[in-house]
Structure formats: C-alpha cells, structure tokens
Design a protein around this ligand. Structure first.
Ligand SMILES: [Zn+2]
Length: 164
C-alpha cells in the first residue's frame, strides 16, 4: 500500500487506491466467507474494514477486532465474514489517522498478502490468544490445529489436553 504525506500537516497516511476489484460473500462449511470475483494481486489494498467502534476492554464478540486502548471494532459486512486460515492470503493493518485537532482515529485496512485467484476465499490469520483458541479446520499444510497465535500454539494444545 502506498504511503502519502500531507505536505501541509506533515502527517503520513496510507492511500487506499480506488479498487475496482470485486468480492462477494458466500457459504463455507463454517458459515459465511468472502470470495474474490476478480484476480487480486499480492499487495492490493482491498479497502477499509468499516464497522462500529466500541469502547471498553471487556467487549467480546465472534468478529470483533482489537484496536488497542480499550477499543474494539465490530466489523460490518463484507469483511465481517473473512474467515481464519493458518496460511492466509490477506492481512489486516491498523492505521491511526490524525485529524486536524490531533485526535487519532483508528482504521483497519485489509490487504492481499498473496496473489488471490477468482473464487478463492479471502482469509486472515486471527492469531487468537491460547485461552480463546478453538480447533482449526482450515486445511492448510501448515495448519496449527487451533485458531491461535503461532507463538501460543503449544500453550493452546496444553490447555485443550488438560480440559479433555
Ligand atoms: Zn488452520
């Protein structure tokens, strides 16, 4: 993604190109997913993940994304439905945009990290903490077995075997 500096304010921001690429939602064995309708080259910023920003550190939902500083984003469709894969083809970036009064507004952008073919499902790595890990069925060759942060995989295995 391209970084642009506003010459007046000196603030750098990410420029999201007006993407003409199309995506769609569709069914998967584990609920809805998001699929490419056009080939998407690696490095393409697909757009902003819009949603509702919720204050409070104890907010939980199946889809919420942690923005830090006790804020979560409850994403709206379509990116609400992006599923996890241990070998994902997309990544999320958080950008803090500063307005004229210096207040930061967090924004989440989804970008293709690999080339994506037509009808491929768009996926990200949820990288959940071990305590929240659930078994993963992504089917990737390097599947961790759980939807969990790579560094917390062993802990997740331990926690699950103890509970069994
Ligand atoms: Zn997996």
């Amino acid at each position: 993604m391209e970084v642009v500096e506003n010459s007046k304010t000196g603030v750098s921001y990410w420029k999201i190109p007006q993407s003409k690429l199309r995506i769609r939602t569709g069914n998967t064995p584990y609920g809805q997913g998001v699929f490419a309708c056009d080939p998407i080259p690696a490095g393409t910023a697909l757009g902003e993940v819009r949603g509702t920003i919720i204050q409070g550190s104890d907010y939980q939902s199946d889809y919420c994304m942690d923005l830090g500083e006790n804020q979560s984003l409850e994403p709206h469709a379509p990116y609400r439905y992006v599923n996890h894969c241990c070998e994902p083809n997309c990544e999320l970036y958080q950008i803090d945009l500063e307005d004229e009064s210096g207040v930061e507004h967090p924004m989440i952008v989804i970008e293709a990290s690999r080339d994506i073919a037509v009808d491929d499902q768009l996926t990200i790595d949820y990288a959940w903490p071990a305590e929240e890990a659930i078994p993963c069925g992504c089917g990737a060759a390097t599947c961790r077995g759980y939807i969990v942060h790579p560094d917390e995989r062993e802990l997740a295995v331990k926690l699950h075997s103890r509970g069994a």
